[in-house]
Design a binder for this molecule. Structure first.
Ligand SMILES: [Zn+2]
Length: 544
């Protein structure tokens, strides 16, 4: 812990929202090094901090606890930033032109992977096929991944590289789609994606170093002081000497990362989790910057890819109901091992049936091996029927939602789900009303990791089922106190209280004092992690 005379600071001169119910609004905050040492009136704080402090005027800006994004993929984001990006492509013609352009100078023997395709923006919103890709890029292996990362399209060269032909049997929980004539369309989903991703080459050491640093700086610019990161521990990046996992890559560059990180690990065999207890990414300190907290499992797919596991077929695809990507017994065994080794279990589940199954598995686990405060989570939890929410509250299972999904999906959700089912899609208010815990994240790089845009979705919902809007205060909780609770870290962060980390964010306006439709325009003026300013508006050049 760094301490010293010059490390003491007192912030005052603007509203300070503490997110501590006992004293929600204060005049001043005193910090010493990494820690908040005093909260209260200017006089009280000055007395407590005593001497040799720096007085910092907030100039009427609003200070609050730094934001925590509860579900994102730092290494995947790094890869996205280094890869062709389809996020601005709005038509089929543009799609082909863009492919022609970026594939021009690529080597013939390396798989090119492009991300963020959103065909919903095309005049005819259907997924392209391998023939479309072949047309634009006939001689180099190319794989284009949809923005939800659960489905992609390979051109003929990429199928060849991955050894996929008409006779290839997809791995369980995955699809290799064919047309009515039995020809491969190039469309690959869920567990079958690994057939392509296993040919991904790792960027150079320098590129990774530069880009992971940039990832952390982008997070700082968005006001994030903490993240719950998902890391795959299975080695799948092709490297010259040995294959590397996301976890190994993060470990290599961890010192470049400013945010506090709490990790959920993806691994084929949960018995191997034990080895991470002594990992450098699992610090033992009370104020640990890096912590490995749990096991991340997959139960189903996504609404966009029509692979989310549903009770009834999709409204715009009556032949499709989605599916579970694993056998229930298999996932239960993984949960069992992690739970009994003291890890949290977090399950990706999106469809209404998927969430019911996930909850039933948690109930079975908690009945068989009771634990009063396990804080297991359903990740995404997009379609939650009332019975599932009631059980989440009863068994203390946390809803880890991604409000920004609503910003990109609201226009087509009704087409996909129909009038009845949209009523319980992203049911933020029902979750809170029933007393279950709601935490928020972005699933970055799937969505923009901006908590401001997430807050906008929570309180406005782009008018999608507006009765499920929540208040600004409730929304702020999901990114602060609840987020800390979601990782067993409520004693060290999440609110502005004595003894907690000086993780703070300064906004241009008070979110509790402006019309709800202006939340999206809030500006991050400064981000402070462990007492240190890591971003200041207007001085971006210094940081990125
Ligand atoms: Zn995710």
């Amino acid at each position: 812990m760094k301490k010293g005379k010059s490390m003491k600071k007192i912030y005052y001169g603007g509203p300070i929202i503490t997110m501590n119910e006992k004293m929600p609004l204060v005049e001043a905050v005193g910090i010493d090094g990494e820690i908040i040492i005093s909260v209260g009136s200017v006089k009280e704080v000055k007395n407590k901090v005593h001497s040799d402090y720096q007085l910092i005027d907030l100039n009427s800006h609003t200070m609050m606890p730094g934001f925590c994004d509860c579900h994102l993929h730092p290494i995947m984001y790094m890869i996205y930033l280094l890869s062709p990006d389809f996020s601005t492509i709005g038509s089929f013609i543009q799609f082909k032109e863009y492919i022609k352009e970026f594939s021009k100078n690529k080597p013939k023997d390396q798989l090119i992977i492009g991300y963020n395709l959103n065909e919903e923006r095309f005049e005819d919103p259907v997924l392209p096929t391998r023939w479309d890709l072949d047309d634009a890029c006939p001689d180099k292996p190319l794989f284009v991944v949809r923005y939800d990362s659960h489905i992609g399209i390979a051109n003929s060269k990429a199928l060849e590289l991955a050894g996929i032909d008409k006779s290839t049997i997809p791995p369980e929980g995955g699809e290799i789609r064919k047309n009515n004539d039995g020809d491969l369309t190039g469309v690959i989903s869920e567990k079958a994606l690994e057939l392509l991703f296993s040919h991904m080459s790792l960027p150079s050491h320098e590129e990774m170093k530069k880009t992971l640093f940039r990832v952390s700086q982008i997070f700082a610019k968005k006001g994030l002081t903490s993240v719950h990161g998902i890391l795959d521990a299975e080695p799948y990046f092709k490297n010259n000497k040995q294959d590397l996992s996301e976890l190994a890559v993060f470990m290599r560059f961890k010192n470049l990362f400013s945010q506090n990180c709490y990790f959920f690990i993806e691994i084929d065999d949960s018995q191997k989790l034990q080895r991470f207890i002594s990992s450098p990414l699992n610090e033992k300190d009370k104020y640990a910057k890096f912590k490995i907290g749990g096991l991340k499992l997959f139960l189903d797919g996504t609404l966009g890819a029509k692979t989310a596991c549903m009770h009834e077929p999709f409204t715009d695809a009556p032949e499709m109901c989605g599916f579970c990507v694993v056998e229930e017994e298999e996932i239960y065994e993984q949960m069992n091992v992690a739970h009994n080794q003291g890890f949290q279990v977090v399950i990706h589940s999106i469809g209404d049936k998927g969430c019911r199954i996930a909850m039933d598995l948690f109930i079975r686990l908690l009945k068989e091996y009771p634990k009063s405060d396990a804080r297991h989570r359903i990740e995404h939890a997009s379609l939650l029927t009332n019975d599932v929410i009631t059980d989440m509250e009863k068994y203390g299972v946390i809803a880890s939602c991604q409000p920004p999904f609503l910003n990109s999906e609201f226009e087509w959700l009704e087409k996909r789900l129909g009038r009845e089912r949209i009523k319980y899609t992203y049911p933020f208010k029902s979750i809170i009303d029933k007393g279950a815990i709601l935490v928020s994240g972005s699933d970055c790089p799937i969505e923009d990791p901006s908590p401001i845009q997430g807050l906008h979705a929570l309180v406005n919902r782009n008018n999608f089922v507006p009765e499920q809007c929540i208040s600004v205060e409730q929304a702020l909780k999901t990114y602060t106190v609840n987020a800390a609770f979601g990782s067993f870290q409520e004693n060290m962060k999440g609110s502005i209280e004595e003894g907690k980390l000086a993780d703070l964010v300064i906004l241009d306006k008070n979110p509790l004092d402006i019309p709800q439709d202006q939340i999206k325009d809030l500006l991050i003026m400064e981000t402070i992690i462990r007492g240190k300013t890591v971003y200041k508006r207007g001085e971006d050049h210094k940081f990125i």
